[in-house]
Design a protein around this ligand. Structure first.
Ligand code: B12
Ligand code: SF4
Length: 437
């Protein structure tokens, strides 16, 4: 049977960013490359009313026979409910799941309501499944894939790490819905991936576990080709640390300058990588990089050591002024640890003020299932539920203050720091000061 595919991203909190569904665009590209039909359904850009009815309507109207859901930890509860309703309403439609939470904990999804689970590193086995019309004999050879073999779940081993998907994402969904995507105060960014996983080993991190914990880079030629053909002047490179490989960064910057590219880039960068790239910051700026999201995590070395962050507060202190000197935005990403005292919360605020950070993001430490932090703190976990893994819930008992006070201190950080960001948005500061003109 030739399936018709629909890939679903469920709704999420878009106050900070509403971004292109890059993962689903890769899946759609695979479907089209195998000469099948497919579509993307993104709840996050549609009305919050009548979501389930709309999903069924789209399935029926487009003759969809296989629906694939992308699952993140904090949306898993909602997706599982949705899948259950869908199974009852349309028992003939096949249901598949994939995405970050599935990659790390695929066994949790071997349930009756689901037919296929995809957790491979690349997209080859997904393409093979499409090509083979999801027939059982084909699925036996699909790496990183689980399915029911005569009623019993069978889970194939993952394939090896990859350094390229071997296909470009189908961005038509993004282009058709441009006005619905934006980053708070910064505008509309396309999303681009140039590398897989991360060479570091932080204990709380999920994304390093992708690609079988193996850091790998796409070829510069391919990256350049994608950047230059992308029809948008702002690009968010979502690699975990774009500055890992200094020589590659220099090459990409030089190539961008040679091509006359005038795009503005936002990246994730580690503080130690920024310090290591200090001397090439003028080049990085010239090439259009204006915005770096830096995991500052904490303002105490003991906390960084506990996370196995392999960095230091001193490096954080050096990195922020380097970005300021080179007229780049530093978005400070802070993780609130359960050992925090009132003083620690204040230290974060002092740090933000002293370093004149405008953009900041705070997350209460999420001991994600599948990470060492989860294993080490299993007996300390407090109401660990999918629903509560969005970074704003207390998932372990704080050791130095009451739960209520801890939450108040956390919210206080947002109340104090967010008006500044909204103000920057209202006054158009990003485009005025930071856009690559
Ligand atoms: C961009 C991004 C966002 C964006 C967009 C989120 C979105 N819903 O699309 C924004 C900024 C809004 C965001 C917010 C949050 N994010 Co976020 N985000 C990312 C980031 C940096 C890149 C994602 C991406 O585009 N990857 C590239 C594409 C190609 O990969 P992909 O989407 O995973 O898809 C691939 C596979 O997973 C698979 N796949 C995906 N879906 C499906 C479905 C099927 C059927 C199949 C077959 C395959 C499949 O195929 C794709 C190609 O291989 C990742 C980090 C990372 N390195 O991935 C974190 C990450 C996904 N985010 C994470 C988290 C925790 C959050 C937040 C809770 C914030 C927070 N406090 O940390 C919120 C929650 C929002 C939400 N529920 O959606 C975690 C998820 C951990 C987990 N266990 O689920 C990650 C991994 C970062 C981390 N902390 O380690 N995020
Ligand atoms: S540096 Fe960032 S992406 Fe890399 S392991 Fe640490 S938290 Fe994860």
């Amino acid at each position: 049977m030739k399936h018709k595919y629909m890939f679903v991203r469920v709704h999420y909190d878009k106050r900070v960013a509403s971004l292109e569904p890059l993962g689903l665009e890769y899946l759609l590209a695979c479907v089209k490359a195998e000469d099948h039909e497919g579509m993307i359904h993104d709840e996050s850009i549609e009305s919050p009313f009548g979501r389930f009815r709309r999903l069924l309507k789209k399935i029926d109207r487009n003759g969809i026979t296989l629906v694939g859901f992308s699952i993140m930890s904090n949306t898993a509860w909602y997706v599982l409910e949705l899948i259950h309703k869908l199974r009852k309403a349309r028992p003939d439609v096949k249901i598949m799941v994939g995405g970050p939470e599935v990659i790390v904990n695929f066994k949790d999804f071997m349930i009756d309501d689901i037919d296929y689970i995809s957790y491979d590193n690349g997209l080859e086995s997904f393409r093979a499944a499409i090509k083979g019309e999801f027939e059982e004999k084909v699925l036996h050879d699909c790496s990183g894939f689980a399915f029911r073999d005569k009623g019993e779940w069978k889970a194939n081993d993952k394939g090896g790490p990859i350094s390229d998907y071997g296909i470009l994402p189908d961005r038509s969904f993004f282009y058709d819905n441009l006005s619905k995507f934006r980053v708070l105060a910064k505008g509309r960014f396309s999303v681009l991936k140039t590398a897989f996983s991360c060479p570091q080993n932080c204990k709380f991190c999920v994304s390093r576990q992708f690609n079988s914990c193996t850091y790998a880079e796409r070829a510069v030629d391919d990256v350049m080709n994608e950047i230059l053909t992308l029809d948008n002047d702002k690009i968010f490179i979502i690699d975990d640390d774009f500055l890992v490989n200094r020589d590659r960064v220099i090459e990409i910057c030089n190539r961008l300058l040679e091509s006359g590219c005038k795009k503005t880039f936002m990246i994730f960068a580690r503080a130690d990588s920024i310090v290591r790239c200090r001397d090439i910051m003028p080049l990085i700026y010239k090439a259009g990089f204006r915005d770096m999201l830096v995991g500052l995590e904490a303002v105490e070395d003991t906390t960084l050591e506990k996370y196995n962050k392999n960095s230091s507060v001193e490096l954080n202190k050096q990195a922020v002024p380097i970005l300021r000197e080179h007229k780049m935005v530093c978005v400070g990403l802070f993780v609130i640890n359960y050992d925090f005292t009132h003083k620690d919360f204040m230290k974060i605020n002092d740090f933000i003020r002293r370093e004149k950070l405008i953009w900041v993001l705070f997350s209460i430490l999420i001991p994600f299932k599948g990470t060492p932090v989860y294993e080490e703190n299993k007996d300390r976990l407090y109401r660990y539920e999918y629903k509560r893994t969005g970074g704003t819930s207390v998932l372990m008992r704080p050791s130095n203050m009451s739960m209520l006070l801890f939450k108040l201190e956390f919210h206080f950080l947002y109340y104090v720091n967010y008006p500044r960001i909204y103000w920057a948005g209202l006054t158009g500061a990003f485009n005025r000061k930071y856009k690559n003109q």
